[in-house]
Design a protein around this ligand. Sequence first.
Ligand code: ARG
Ligand code: GLU
Length: 687
Amino acid sequence: MKKKLLTLLLSLAVLLPATADEGMWLPSLISGRMKEMRAKGFRLSTEDIYSINRASMKDAVVLFGGFCTGEIVSKEGLVLTNHHCGYDAIQFHSSVEHDYLTHGFWARNRQEELPNEGLYVRILVRMEDVTEQLAAGQTAQAIIEAAKAEGKGYQASIEQMYYGNQQFLFVYQQFDDVRLVGAPPSSIGKFGGDTDNWIWPRHTGDFSLFRIYADANNEPAAYSTDNVPYQPKRHFKVSTQGVKEGDFTMIYGFPGNTQQYITSDAVKYIQHRSDPMKIDLRTRRLEIIGKAQEADPKVRIQYAAKHANIANAWKKWQGEVMGLERLNTIFKKESYEARFRAWALDKPEYAHLLDSLEAAYASVADRYYLEELKNETLRTIELAKLAGRTVAALKLDPKSEKRQEALREVEALYKNYDVNVDRALTQCVLAGFAEYCPAESYPKNLQSLIAKHGGTVEAYTEYLYANSRFTSLEKAQEATIETLLLDPAYLLYLAVRNTQGRLPRNLSNVAAIGRWYKPYLKALMEFDPERAFFPDANMTLRVSYGSIAGYEYADGEYHIPHTTIDGIIAKDNPEIYDYDIPQSLRNLYATKDYGRWAVEMNGRQTVPVCFLATNHTTGGNSGSPVLNGRGELVGINFDRTWRSTMSDIDFDPTLCRNIAVDIRYVLMVIDRIGGAGYLVDEMLASK
Ligand code: ARG
Ligand code: GLU
């Protein structure tokens, strides 16, 4: 009976009106949102979005490499995603002679498309609620194995929705031959760099092109020159009609992680403890790297990707804290909880839940915090990482291919390593760790290493870098394994390695806390039947809908939702790395010879570049297709504004905006900068 009630509530939940545009919905349950989507301008049907009986949009969306989204845009398996999603592949193929990061890469024909070991895409075959099967005693393992046996390259997993109140089987077909087809120069694909990251107005051409290859039967196969372009069941039609403020937008992709239902205790932890600690420690590291980059062009290149990685979350967390403060989320949650408490008072099943959650947070938070602290400090020490990796490689069978490969990987790490920068970083994080770590939790083995060698963090760091052979590849290679096993950096590696464990992705997902969220979510659905509950993002396929919209950035300051090539030129500056555009783009602007890509905006001939919309998105939605009301591709999602990043916890329709690159800019860059008009033709010919 209780289970029936829950099932009923879950099916009702998706039918309720959501606060405008909030939510990341499961495509198989999208019918519940259809009324609202149609009211906003969606012209197609539920079956067009998701169907297991016929080709639907889901067949054209791919999980790209396990961390991003991509979309199929031609009959021959052409895939669009972000430049920052294809970055590793582009970097891998780059060398001094062929610097694709700097100059871009455009295959002139199929033979020139470049294979990428380890890169895969997954296409969803189907999703299925298996809550009842599991409750009836079927094992997850058996369900997964049966699904995997259904087809070639099939992968399957069972994912928890609403903290395990509902469980879904996801069956994918995985393709392992994915080739690089094109990428703009970084000065377009990463235009604005970290300065503009999370910022509007934005002018980044954040896209790259790949192609899926399959065997002669159109089935997944390992890379082979015999493979042929994959023929998808469905691909997105590209629209060059453009979008204007108010137009419907839908995003179909793989959002990674949100926490919409956490209690005020969890928000306090994020806003007052975790984020501030992580921001502070990253500020210090970024300052060290940034100064060194300014002083030495070689370091600038070596540490570019590292700096970008550290800075991305660092900036996002700052926006998140600011947003949570601005929305007064803790107070709102406390009031909501007070009402829940009163409602639950006479329900023994639920009355204790908030106390149980509070107690669970109190008992787990410090431990989780310590792990987060280690991730931001001890576990970032590169010298220790290099020592660990080198020794592990040397321990492999001397004749094995694996060993050669592992050593090559270590060598590659040294290419982007500067010992002076690293020494400063190590001292910085050891000091930061000591500062934040309560004395009783400080690891004994690390304490004794420091005590034995100088007694202070400064003296220990001096000693470490003066005596370790891992400070350069040559020194490490000359030493015997016996010496390396006693190397101070290897000893440090052993001291910090012991502390490494895999963290659940949020404090609230730690088992001791998460167990209470399962009944809490169930209770919330009874308590708050008017609320439209969508399951938190967990890297499964979702639909979010909204519309093109600007927003009030500050009092009296409205940000319009479009940028153009004129804004690129206004930012262009050969002196500033992040804003130094290719000469070809300057020339194009000078002649205004935009050809078929010209549009008239505000009375002038220009080219649209990026736009803003109200779709609820998060990390993992990078590369997601932005679709118009007819399901045609109008843009590629790649970011949110800084002020919206609290939407992972608290979505505010007046403030939260995602950022996409306009497909017309993408096409123009391929055509006019890349000279690869044949790819544009391939996309536009594909009806
Ligand atoms: N903020 C975007 C995301 O979270 C883009 C990151 C890549 N760009 C950069 N400048 N770091 O992934
Ligand atoms: N750039 C993010 C990604 O890699 C998307 C931005 C966001 O977090 O919304 O998925």
